[in-house]
Design a protein around this ligand. Structure first.
Ligand code: FNR
Length: 381
């Protein structure tokens, strides 16, 4: 199977599985506990049918949206994800370039493997910088100041990860950063020599967003220790309100699920919320974003930009979320498998396919513009 044989999410996933050592593939592919929420995220779209309209004079399809002050040519953005150079040596460089090519936003993770400054310098598209809440309040401010200095447009605080999810696939393979593989895990690296060669012949893996503040790169601290020792599970709305004020610009919370929390986000001055269960990787059993979308949009949709993520594999999934009232959606694994499969060429192919699917879907729905999609186009089974 080659890149030219990949027409959808499942094809890219299959190719990624062939190319990646098992522990790394399972780190991307896995989720928490029994992975119920992970499966449900996509299934929930299948519980909802589209009702198209015809003879509407469809001609120039405009897929653009404006979210958190950023005009995006497409109604989806690349959600922040960790460790991308582990999946392919081009890592974040590839994803940021592909996002810029298609005129959409790239999410830089604080656990990313290319520096935010480099990504900002080399790509013109809007960028959102995602980070976690640290015990050290000075460190939180230093990270925001750094993002400001780099010219990042949107700040994003992930609030659903005050402790790590129970990812049993990683426990089985021994996946951790730095690597501490068990024998079975090591064998799985040995059978993917091409990946190993690429990994070893490119620059050393590091976490530049954190290296300046925490000794991560030298292997002194594992990511799991970073979560338990550096992050602050006791953070409250007051802490976040201070951050929003400090940033004084576009600020969103990622990992909001309840109406009450969405309302609090409005009250403290956030300009966006990401309705997300972290791709099913944190609290298993939490509701699918799409199932929860109507409640959230009805409560705060006229006051704050509601973006949802989780489970998106098709243009029609994006169309359903937009019809329900999301301003835009985020994709994670949708671009990670193509990245792992073929680097920048893979991500470009995948984003291009999603764009074409959305355009085709809008035509078949009888809509020229995203704001013409509405709940009248949806029926739940
Ligand atoms: C993530 N996600 C994530 N979120 C975040 O806020 N910071 C991060 O560093 C990461 N890292 C990360 C790594 C991997 C491998 C995955 C799969 C996901 C969550 C991500 O931003 C997004 O919420 C989900 O990926 C959305 O679900 P789908 O599109 O993957 O189904």
């Amino acid at each position: 199977m080659r890149l030219s044989d990949c027409y959808n999410f499942h094809d890219f996933r299959t190719l990624a599985k062939r190319r990646l050592p098992g522990p790394i593939f399972n780190y991307i592919d896995g989720a928490a506990d029994d992975e119920v929420t992970y499966r449900r995220n996509t299934e929930s779209f299948e519980q909802c049918d589209l009702i198209p309209s015809v003879l509407r004079g469809v001609k120039d399809i405009d897929t653009s949206v404006t979210v958190m002050g950023q005009k995006l040519a497409l109604p989806f953005y690349c959600s922040p994800t960790a460790l991308q150079r582990l999946f392919h040596h081009q890592g974040e460089r590839a994803v940021a370039a592909a996002a810029a090519k298609y005129g959409t936003m790239f999410g830089v993770s604080s656990l990313g493997t290319v520096s935010l400054e480099e990504l900002r310098r080399s790509h013109s598209g809007p960028q959102v910088y995602q980070f976690y809440f640290h015990r050290d309040r000075g460190l939180n401010r230093a990270m925001m100041q750094r993002a400001k200095d780099a010219g990042v447009e949107v700040m994003m605080l992930t609030v659903d990860s005050i402790t790590g999810g129970n990812r049993e696939r990683d426990l089985r393979t021994g996946f951790s950063i730095p690597f501490k593989l068990n024998l079975a895990g090591m064998l799985q690296f040995a059978v993917k020599p091409q990946w190993a060669l690429n990994y070893l012949t490119h620059e050393r893996f590091s976490l530049p967003q954190l290296d300046e503040h925490v000794d991560m790169g030298g292997g002194a601290m594992s990511i799991s220790r970073y979560f338990t020792e550096m992050l602050d599970p006791s953070m409250t709305w007051d802490d976040v309100a201070e951050m929003v004020q400090y940033w004084n610009g576009q600020f969103c919370l990622k990992g909001i699920m309840s109406v009450a929390d969405a309302k609090r986000a409005v009250e403290i001055g956030c300009t966006g919320i990401i309705l997300s269960n972290h791709g099913g990787r944190q609290l298993d059993g939490s509701r699918a974003g799409f199932d929860q979308l109507a409640e959230i949009v009805d409560a705060v949709g006229d006051k704050i930009d509601v973006i949802m993520d989780g489970g998106i594999q098709r243009g029609t999934h994006v169309i359903k979320a937009l019809s329900m009232g999301a301003k835009a959606v985020g994709v994670g694994r949708y671009y990670l498998y193509p990245l792992a499969a073929a680097g920048q060429a893979g991500v470009e192919r995948a984003l291009g396919q999603l764009k074409v699917e959305i355009e085709r879907g809008m035509k078949l729905m009888g809509c020229n513009r995203v704001d013409q999609l509405s709940r009248e186009n949806l029926r739940f089974r």
